[in-house]
Design a protein around this ligand. Structure first.
Ligand SMILES: Cc1cc2nc3c(=O)[nH]c(=O)nc-3n(C[C@H](O)[C@H](O)[C@H](O)COP(=O)(O)OP(=O)(O)OC[C@H]3O[C@@H](n4cnc5c(N)ncnc54)[C@H](O)[C@@H]3O)c2cc1C
Length: 382
């Protein structure tokens, strides 16, 4: 998609970020009759985005957004569950066959993000691609936004701003919100070519816990195999895992994951992505709110990041409409719901990491178990 000029300089609602959260929120607002919505998206939907596995519950959210048929027509690869070596070296299955909601999906993230943005645009939202929020100032009850785009810099007025800028949390931090960090992983990911790859993986995701973290593997839509080590900064430093040779040596010591990748050629050196966990200390304020990863970020072990972002988007759109109808407590209720979801996420994370007790002395696992013993961050909100 090519950068496009902004059509106007004043909007009822400006959404900063056109990822899953921002596009879904614009779509939900348009369906509720709000058409003065602008999405600012810094990128152009043409680069690789990490995070592709979504659970069966996603179907309900697509239905609530009114795009379930359109989503299915895109024929993303199904995900029939996971195969894991977690807590012991015996294989375990979490099989979608037993889930009344059916299977999940392995998304082509680039295509999925673009699809959601197209749906928002078709429903009536304006999408400015290649438009980056730089700064913001209060302007009466609303805001003046400083936007850099293909045209140069522009000033945009917004009555309400929704921060959907992902882990940059660009706007909410300008409003003084802070991220209450609660654990942080590093993801070191590489792709292997199709070759004679991944015997037995099929349409499952693969997990293998090891002494210094856990490995994840899944087939990508182009047929390649994504192989990822999730660990933490301390382990990366101690074992120099950011170096390709050390990463491959660690892979060789993860027997089940090494077996999957053994028939393929590694396409490029491992790339590192931060995977933080946090909750904002304030997810909304006067005429603004934060959604998706801008408001809270989850450990990828839960595979809930995308559905959390879609669910936030629906809730936020409803809160805005309710407030326009005179319900002054709706934004605060939205903030409380984000906090309650975060508490549930922490329980899920605690459950997964407690299942693995084979390496009590290993720093990675000791840190995971310690994190879960800490008091959970509380959002004050609105
Ligand atoms: C390593 C890793 C693996 C993951 N795996 C999974 C997984 O398997 N399943 C899952 O469900 N989740 C996974 N996640 C989480 C998932 O990717 C996120 O939860 C999800 O992308 C959040 O969507 P979002 O729209 O809130 O943010 P994003 O997807 O980050 O979108 C934010 C958008 O805002 C734009 N933007 C940023 N700043 C500005 C600005 N100043 N102006 C304009 N635009 C801006 C960005 O370009 C971006 O398009 C993973 C995350 C990581 C780090």
């Amino acid at each position: 998609m090519l950068p496009q000029p902004l059509r106007r300089r004043r909007y009822g609602i400006v959404i900063v970020g056109g990822g899953p959260a921002g596009s879904a929120c614009a779509l939900a607002l348009a369906r509720a009759g709000r058409h003065d919505v602008l999405i600012l998206e810094a990128a152009a939907y043409d680069e690789f985005r990490i995070g592709e596995s979504i659970p069966p519950e996603s179907g309900q959210l697509f239905h609530a957004l009114g795009i379930d048929t359109q989503f299915l027509a895109r024929e993303h690869a199904p995900c029939y569950g996971s195969c894991s070596y977690w807590g012991s070296d015996k294989r375990g299955y979490n099989d979608a066959l037993l889930n009344p909601r059916g299977h999940g999906w392995h998304l082509d993230r680039r295509r999925f993000n673009r699809f959601l943005a197209d749906q928002a645009r078709a429903a009536g939202a304006e999408l400015a691609i290649g438009a980056t929020l730089r700064g913001s100032m209060r302007d009466g009850d609303g805001f003046v936004l400083d936007v850099a785009s293909g045209d140069g810099n522009a000033t945009v007025h917004a009555d309400v701003v929704i921060d959907a800028s992902g882990t940059r949390t660009r706007f909410a931090r300008q409003q003084g919100s802070r991220r209450l960090h609660d654990g942080s992983l590093i993801c070191l990911a590489a792709r292997f070519d199709a070759g004679a790859l991944a015997p037995g993986l099929g349409a499952l995701t693969h997990l293998e816990a090891v002494e210094h973290g856990w490995w994840y593997a899944a087939r990508l839509p182009d047929g390649s195999l994504l192989v990822t080590l999730y660990t933490d900064a301390e382990s990366v430093r101690a074992l120099r895992l950011h170096r390709a040779g050390h990463w491959h040596a660690a892979l060789a010591q993860a027997p089940q994951t090494a077996r999957l990748a053994s028939g393929g050629r590694c396409l490029a050196a491992p790339h590192s992505f931060p995977a933080p966990s946090y909750l904002l200390d304030g997810t909304c304020g006067a005429n603004w709110l934060a959604i998706g990863d801008a408001a809270s970020a989850y450990d990828p072990i839960t595979s809930q990041g995308i559905i959390k972002s879609l669910a936030n988007a629906l809730l936020a759109a409803r809160a805005i409409v309710q407030r326009e109808e005179g319900d002054d407590a709706s934004l605060a209720r939205y903030g409380a719901a984000v906090g309650a979801d975060y508490a549930r996420y922490r329980e899920a994370r605690r459950y997964f990491y407690r299942l693995e007790q084979r390496w009590p002395e290993a720093g990675f696992w000791a840190r995971r178990h310690r994190e879960d013993a800490h008091a959970r961050p509380e959002s004050v909100n609105c």
